[in-house]
Unconditional design. Structure first.
Length: 413
């Protein structure tokens, strides 16, 4: 094991033993090997920067780096945005610790040092985010390297294996070149992902949202404060924003679009699919802080003469979020709400049982203009999970869910 802080500014000598300069950075070529240090950048006494390939390195220690070639064989460094630089891109940068679901700052980088075909090669093992790395940074150049290593070993070492590190690169083109993806982030719970996003700076937040698939980005945005939702959607290309909003339930999409600048909201709606945009436009017609403004148009309904097997078939064909469904609603030929059946009763009944025999006939419902404070009171009074929203003829328009009410109580809507 050897650390970047131990090698930083280490003298580099050519094959004749003459000083080339001092190590200033290390380079990784992700397109070839994401772990192998492919080149070493050397700052000469004349302040030029040379690039020493890993094949040209003969031996590496905390005291010196020895090359196997003369000075004239070492080429000047040609900047390449497709390469990862340890000092510039990793050290002191915020990264995402996927395992522990949080944002941390890199204090040092750990390398595996090993002989390879008569040369010494370095491979990245982990990033150091603990006190030991801070100690090595603070006393670098002040205390002898061997003494500093002993001193730092007295403090707890906190490292994140390189394979669990998610670097954050704001430049989309460079993310592609460096092969940075956020696939592992997509496997996190949306609430954990939202916490991570909130810890980042605005450029880094934008980078993460742009890199996530549309569904994951939608779930994550649903969990962050509304101010951040609008800021992020307004910062990314409209087409990407539309793809993300399409993946949200219509009521959440409408809430977000109401908070965007009118011009941006119109552009996002124009880029959305016709069906999704139509559902959202319908909800945008209702005033905020009313039942209509809170409701979702995603619900399961069947005709009032249907049997249990019909309800099960409707559930199978439902394209919304099943976890938010607690009841199947019964409507007559005019779409008038006539009853509701709890899912538990449907699952326990025979497939040929008429739903009307299982239904609650006197369903509590409100009209779209009902103030959200009254909606909250009804949820509390009757211990509701959902509250149907109907028009003046009691035709079913949508549902307010317990999640919507919780958002109101917490002041998020």
């Amino acid at each position: 094991m050897i650390y970047f802080t131990e090698l930083d500014h280490t003298p580099v000598f050519d094959a004749k033993g003459e000083l080339l300069g001092h190590l200033s950075d290390m380079v990784v070529d992700a397109s070839r090997d994401p772990l192998q240090v492919s080149a070493y950048l050397i700052k000469t006494p004349q302040n030029d920067v040379l690039s020493l390939t890993h094949e040209q390195v003969q031996a590496i220690s905390i005291q010196q780096i020895q090359t196997g070639v003369p000075t004239e064989s070492v080429r000047p460094y040609a900047p390449d945005e497709g390469l990862l630089h340890v000092r510039k891109d990793v050290l002191d940068q915020q990264i995402i610790d996927v395992n522990n679901r949080k944002v941390v700052r890199v204090n040092d980088v750990d390398f595996d040092i090993r002989p390879t075909n008569g040369r010494t090669a370095l491979r990245i093992l982990a990033v150091n985010v603990g006190v030991a790395g801070i100690v090595r940074r603070l006393f670098q150049g002040v205390v002898a390297k061997r003494m500093l290593r002993f001193f730092a070993s007295m403090f707890p070492a906190r490292t994140i294996p390189w394979e669990f590190v998610n670097l954050i690169e704001p430049d989309p083109a460079r993310r592609v070149k460096l092969r940075i993806s956020f696939d592992r982030l997509a496997r996190l719970h949306p609430a954990d992902l939202a916490d991570i996003i909130e810890e980042l700076g605005r450029d880094e937040q934008k980078a993460v949202i742009e890199s996530l698939d549309h569904e994951t980005a939608a779930h994550a945005l649903s969990e962050v404060p509304s101010e951040l939702q609008t800021a992020l959607l307004e910062s990314i290309p409209t087409e990407k924003a539309a793809d993300i909003v399409e993946e949200m339930p219509a009521d959440e999409a409408a809430d977000i679009l109401q908070k965007l600048e009118p011009e941006t909201s119109a552009e996002v709606l124009a880029d959305m699919g016709k069906e999704e945009a139509s559902d959202v436009r319908e909800l945008l017609g209702f005033e905020e802080r009313t039942a209509g403004g809170l409701m979702s148009t995603e619900f399961v309904f069947v005709g009032e003469k249907a049997q249990v097997e019909g309800a099960i078939e409707a559930l199978r064909n439902f394209e919304g979020q099943l976890e938010a469904i607690h009841f199947v609603y019964l409507i007559d030929d005019s779409a008038v709400l006539t009853g509701s059946v709890a899912l538990a009763r449907i699952l326990a009944a025979d497939s040929k049982t008429p739903l009307s025999e299982l239904a609650i006939k006197s369903v509590i419902a409100v009209e779209p203009h009902t103030d959200q404070a009254e909606v909250v009171e009804l949820f509390h009074k009757y211990n509701l999970l959902t509250l149907p929203v109907v028009d003046d003829k009691r035709r079913l328009l949508g549902l307010v869910t317990a999640d919507d009410v919780l958002e109101v109580v917490l002041g998020r809507k």
